[in-house]
Structures are given as structure tokens and as C-alpha cells.
Design a protein around this ligand. Structure first.
Ligand SMILES: Nc1ncnc2c1ncn2[C@@H]1O[C@H](COP(=O)(O)OP(=O)(O)OP(=O)(O)O)[C@@H](O)[C@H]1O
Length: 645
């Protein structure tokens, strides 16, 4: 039995058991706040499916699927549930490929249909008299490209799953896998049936950030196979931090709504802040809070939760050190001044982290005037320009730095085109290996060369075929600053752009062109930041995590007011009245996004929470915060109070 599965059963756990053991099983939606033990309940539910149905599932070669948001979360759940042969834990992309990969004939039809439709669109395009010749030339070039894709795809014997779509090579990228599988689930009753028979239970964690199309596809599966299938969502609309997330999931007839009113994570003072923030949102209030045994009796932990409203004119690092020293004294807790990892620092405004850690250029390229999907994907390394293997050369350099030949070879085996079966041509094995080694050593030097840019690195990777380059990046490289002219449609790129078509819009092209001008030396610190090897972490990297002490750094001066604006949440109510009204009618906006982000950040803390808010007018802001009711007066600390201590 796992550690989590042995914790005390809550009412929700008992309701879940009823859903799992009902005949037929009942689909459900668990909606509960932060720290309420949703992941714990999910793990218990997995164990109960195994307990109650394991034997028959084994005989039918069935498994229960658990879909998590990140690979990190998948690993955590795998560690907690010891039944690999019965539980399939993975991210949505990986699960989708698991269920679709054997439907090769359908995949080919889908790919060819999509390419043909796009080609038809290009061919039938009518240009007005004012359209420039270069636009018409581009259309012709695109037509040629899509004809080539079509020919190549029709010859591909079978399709594989890779980072970015490459139809010539039979590779389908992340976005294509999503679209393909959603298509199969929506349009192929036989496919739905096969999926349900192989996976009679599918549980989805972090459902609020699951794409709405995925939710709809699974709902169709459930509707068809209801007599022998159970779909379960675990989520919290208030913790939706991705713009493309589904948020609140509408229950279908016959589904069970399960809630968990408890919070097991946060000390009382932190829980009060969390509840006050949430009161502004959907109003859900949690009870309980962190308890610990004192002389054998369970006692609530009071902990600490404060906001420090500080001038944005001074040195931020000095201010943070002062704040930490002050907190250590006030809380009688040396943890606040211990080395960085005793305090989890969440930098809400990433430009500060980028400047401090040495990747300000990358930040600016993919943030300033960039499409929203780039801005978000930059922070956790998921948007295509930084996700493609070429820009992920840091692990290879790191392995070479450490003399870890084994790790370096593993990376190359996966991402070096010359080591792929289809790319093996071009010299004897010893010669190829020698050339790869030479290219790797050159990369190791280049990535630290102050004169080298990302263009230098990407060109090197392309010329030596050391690591796969996304075709979009190759196109950008080929055209340099004029990349905007080559805003060619790419099915994956367009989808990747999410709401704003970031793959191929002029703003996206400009961002990629700017990115290629960045110093190569920024790659290593950026990779470290995304991997959370640095004391800073993105709020996106802390989904589902918890820490004893959390320091949230917010800087009004450097906010991106279109996405987040802390003044709107931490100010007098009137400031956000219009946003509030708009939100109630279903429009997500700066205020609601900021409120949710603050909720996620604050509720990561177990015992100590400190928010550092750097503003132009600390006195007025402090007064607003008290008026907002989120922090009581005694928990709003200004510079004069810090200085007295
Ligand atoms: N039934 C329980 N009894 C005691 N402690 C519990 C129980 N369920 C969960 N916990 C504890 O509460 C904390 C939060 O649990 P968990 O991470 O499962 O919550 P969550 O709802 O998934 O959180 P979040 O939505 O914020 O990511 C963990 O420390 C966990 O061990």
C-alpha cells in the first residue's frame, strides 16, 4: 500500500468508492480547493479500482488510465501506485498516442485529408489587385511545399510520434497528436469502443487545465460506453493557470459531483488568505488547515502569512534579504534565512529572474509583443521555439561538461538525426561517431562564446545534423530577419499558437527572429531556470507542489498588464468592478487570471507565506490591500516597519 493511500479516508473517498463499485460504474467530477487532497483521492481511487476490479481487468488485459498534466506529476503517481501492469499513468499526449498508434490506416487518411484540404485552400485563394507579388510568390511556394508533403505522406509506411510534425518523415508532433486523437474519438465509434474496452476507467487530474476539446472527446466516449466505462475528473477551476484550459467542467446527466471541503496543507493564517482570495472568485471556502500533534493531541498550526509592500526604486535583492531576515526574527524560524532551498521563491514577474540569471534576451524575445502562447510557453519551456530539440542542447552540453558519456549518448541516440535508422547514411560508424563528437565539442565551446548567437548555434546543429531542428526554426534561419515574409501555414504551428495562431503570425515570426539574435550564452541559464535547478521557479512549475516556506515576488513596474495585474486584485474593490462583472458573464480577464495565479502561488505554502510586492506608491497600495480584506492590517508590512527591526 502506498503512503498516500493509507491516509484517512474522507467523505469524498467513500463517494469515489461507491462510483467505482457501482454496476455499471458511475462517472464523476471531484471539484475541490488547493491542498484538499485531490491527488491523494486520485491515488486512492486508482488503488480501489485495482482492489475491486484488478483480477477481471488482468484477465481481459485491461488497464486503468490516469492522465496527469506533466511528466513530473506522472512519475509521482507512478511511485505511489505500485501496479504497473494495471495502471497506465501518462500525460495526455502520451496517452493519446498509446490509444491511436495502432490505427495507422485511419491516421494516414487523417493526415492526407488535412494536407489536401490545406492545399486546396492555397490553390483556391483569390488575390485582390492590391496584393503584393511577394505574397503571391509565397502562396506558390506553399503550394509546392504542401504537394511535397502530400506525396511524402502517402508513401510513409507508418506514422510515429515526435516533437514536431515532419510529414516527409512520418512524424506527428504534439499538436497533431491532439487533433488526430480528438478527431478519432469524435468521429469513430469503433475507436471509442476499443479505447473503453482497453481502459474501462480513465481518470484525469488537473482537469481545469485540460484542453476543452479533450474534455469533449472523452465525454463522447463516456456517452457511448456508459454501461461499462467510468470517466473521472479531478480539478479546481480556481487553479486554472493555462489560457487554453477547460476551467469548470460541466457535469453530464448521471455523473456524480464530489466535493472536498477540507484543506490539509496550509497553516491557519495562510488558509485565511487563501479563503479571502477565493471569496473574490467562486466563493468556495475551505476548512481544517494544517494540523500537527502536540503532546499526542492534534492542534492547528497558525503559521505566518504577510505581504510586504515595498518601494520599487531600491535594490530588489537587498530588499528580499532584509525581508527574509525580518521574517526569520518575527517567526522565530531560521529557515527564512537559510540557503535558498529552505524558501521556495516564486517569481511572478519573470523578467526579474531572467535578468538576474542571465537570459533577459530570450525573455524579451518571447515575451515583449509576443503572442500569448509564447509568453506562457516560455516560462515552462513548452512553446515550440524553446521546446524543439535544437534549443534543448543544454542537457547535452551539461552531460559533456560532467564527462557523462552515457547520458550524452542517450540524448544523441534520441535526437541526433545521424543516429536514427533512416539517417544512418553518410560514412562508416566510426567516422560518423567521430564527426558527432567533434560537433558536440564545438557546441560546448559555442554555447559559452560571448560572440555566438542562437543563430550560430542553430546553424551549427543544422549543418552538422547534431540535433533535430524544428522545420519552422529552419525556415526562420533560412530567412533571417525577413522571417515575417515566410509566414507559411503549418498545421501544427497554427494550432500551437493556441488562441493567437502563434506558429505563423507576423508577431510570432518577429519573436523567433529576435530569439535567434540572442546570445548563445543565455541558453544554459534559461534551461536551468526551466528545469527548476535555480532557486527561482515558475508558478507553472509548482502545480500540485507544496513547500514549508514560500516567498512570492511581484513587481508592479514590470508587470505585463494584459495578462496579470496585481494591483487589480490587491486594491480597493472598485478598481476591479468592471472585470468582476465581465467575469461573471463568462469573460476571463486580467483580474480573474491574476486572482487565480495568486491563489495557486499562495496555497503552495504549508507554514510560512510572504509576498513581496514592489510598487511605486507603497503607502497607498498598503491601504488598498487592507481595504481589499485579503490581508489583515497587522499582516501588511511596509519599509518603515522593516527598518525599525
Ligand atoms: N485524507 C487526508 N488526511 C490527511 N492528510 C491528507 C489527506 N489527503 C491529503 N492530505 C495531505 O494534504 C496535502 C495536500 O494533498 P494533495 O497534494 O493531494 O492535494 P491537492 O488537492 O491535490 O492539492 P492542489 O490542488 O493544491 O495541488 C498533502 O500533504 C497530503 O499528504
Amino acid at each position: 500500500m502506498s503512503r498516500r493511500a493509507t491516509s484517512r479516508d474522507t467523505d469524498a473517498d467513500r463517494e469515489l468508492l461507491d462510483c467505482i463499485t457501482a454496476t455499471p460504474p458511475q462517472s464523476f467530477m471531484v471539484t475541490a480547493g488547493a491542498g484538499s487532497g485531490k491527488t491523494t483521492s486520485l491515488i486512492k481511487a486508482l488503488e480501489r479500482v485495482i482492489e475491486k476490479h484488478g483480477e477481471s481487468m488482468l484477465m481481459r488485459r485491461q488497464r486503468v488510465a490516469c492522465i496527469t498534466y506533466t511528466e513530473v506529476a506522472a512519475n509521482e503517481i507512478r511511485e505511489d501506485v505500485a501496479a504497473e501492469n494495471l495502471v497506465h499513468v501518462s500525460t495526455i499526449h502520451s496517452f493519446y498516442w498509446t490509444i491511436a498508434s495502432t490505427f495507422q490506416a485511419d491516421i494516414k487518411v487523417w493526415v492526407l485529408k488535412g494536407l489536401q484540404e490545406h492545399l486546396d485552400g492555397l490553390v483556391s485563394k483569390v488575390f485582390g489587385p492590391k496584393v503584393q507579388q511577394k505574397t503571391k510568390d509565397k502562396n506558390k511556394k506553399d503550394q509546392a511545399r504542401y504537394k511535397k508533403y502530400l506525396e511524402a505522406a502517402s508513401r510513409v509506411p507508418s506514422f510515429r510520434y515526435g516533437v514536431a510534425s515532419d510529414y516527409d518523415d512520418g512524424v506527428l508532433g504534439h499538436e497533431d497528436i491532439l487533433k488526430l486523437c480528438n478527431y478519432l474519438l469524435r468521429h469513430k465509434p469503433l475507436f471509442r469502443r476499443v479505447v473503453a474496452l482497453n481502459f474501462p476507467f480513465i481518470f484525469i487530474d488537473e482537469s481545469q487545465d485540460t484542453f476543452p476539446e479533450v474534455v469533449e472527446s472523452f465525454k463522447m466516449l463516456e456517452a457511448q460506453m456508459r454501461d461499462r466505462f467510468c470517466l473521472g475528473f479531478f480539478g479546481d477551476p480556481m487553479q486554472k493557470i493555462y489560457l487554453r484550459g477547460a476551467g469548470k467542467i460541466v457535469l453530464e446527466d448521471g455523473w456524480k459531483a464530489i466535493t472536498k471541503p477540507e484543506n490539509f496543507r496550509c497553516a491557519q493564517s495562510i488558509l485565511r488568505v487563501a479563503n479571502a482570495i477565493r471569496k473574490e472568485g467562486d466563493g468556495l471556502q475551505q476548512v481544517g488547515g494544517l494540523h500537527e500533534l502536540v503532546d499526542g493531541v492534534s492542534q492547528p498550526v497558525e503559521g505566518s502569512a504577510r505581504i510586504f509592500v515595498l518601494p520599487n526604486t531600491g535594490d530588489r535583492q537587498a530588499a528580499l534579504s532584509q525581508l527574509r531576515a525580518w521574517s526569520a526574527a518575527a517567526n522565530e524560524d531560521d529557515g527564512w534565512v537559510k540557503p535558498e532551498d529552505a524558501v521556495k521563491i516564486l517569481v511572478i514577474v519573470h523578467r526579474i529572474a531572467a535578468k538576474r540569471l542571465g537570459w533577459a534576451g530570450i525573455y524579451s524575445a518571447l515575451n515583449d509583443q509576443a503572442p500569448t502562447s509564447f509568453k506562457q510557453g516560455l516560462l515552462d519551456g513548452t512553446c515550440w521555439p524553446v521546446r524543439q530539440p535544437g534549443l534543448r542542447c543544454s542537457p547535452l552540453v551539461h552531460a559533456v561538461d560532467c564527462g557523462d558519456e552515457f547520458a550524452a549518448m542517450n540524448i544523441l541516440r534520441e535526437h541526433c538525426p545521424r543516429l536514427q535508422p533512416e539517417g544512418a547514411a553518410g560514412g562508416s560508424v566510426p567516422t560518423v561517431l567521430k564527426e558527432i563528437r567533434g560537433a558536440t565539442i564545438a557546441l560546448q565551446g559555442m554555447i559559452r562564446d560571448p560572440a555566438a548567437t542562437l543563430t550560430t548555434v542553430v546553424a551549427h546543429l543544422r549543418d552538422t545534423q547534431l540535433l533535430t531542428i524544428d522545420p519552422r526554426m529552419e525556415r526562420a534561419l533560412g530567412l533571417g530577419a525577413g522571417v515575417g515574409d515566410e509566414a507559411a501555414f503549418d498545421p501544427e504551428a497554427e494550432a500551437d499558437g493556441g488562441e493567437e495562431g502563434a506558429g505563423s503570425s507576423p508577431t510570432a515570426d518577429l519573436s523567433v527572429a529576435k530569439l535567434l539574435q540572442c546570445p548563445a550564452a543565455e541558453l544554459l541559464p534559461y534551461a536551468l531556470y526551466v528545469a527548476e535547478g535555480s532557486p527561482f521557479a515558475t508558478q507553472h512549475g509548482v502545480k500540485g507542489a507544496q513547500f514549508d516556506r514560500v516567498l512570492v515576488v511581484m513587481d508592479e513596474e514590470e508587470s505585463d498588464y494584459n495578462l496579470y495585474d496585481y494591483e487589480k486584485v490587491l486594491s480597493e474593490k472598485q478598481a476591479s468592478a468592471d472585470d468582476r462583472k465581465a467575469f461573471e458573464t463568462g469573460n476571463d480577464n486580467t483580474w480573474s487570471r491574476t486572482l487565480r495565479l495568486m491563489y495557486v502561488c499562495c496555497t503552495r505554502a504549508k507554514r510560512g507565506l510572504a509576498l513581496a510586492f514592489f510598487v511605486a506608491n507603497p503607502e497607498a497600495t498598503a491601504a488598498h490591500i487592507v481595504a481589499s480584506g485579503i490581508f489583515p492590517k497587522g499582516s501588511v508590512v511596509t519599509q518603515d516597519i522593516l527598518d525599525v527591526a
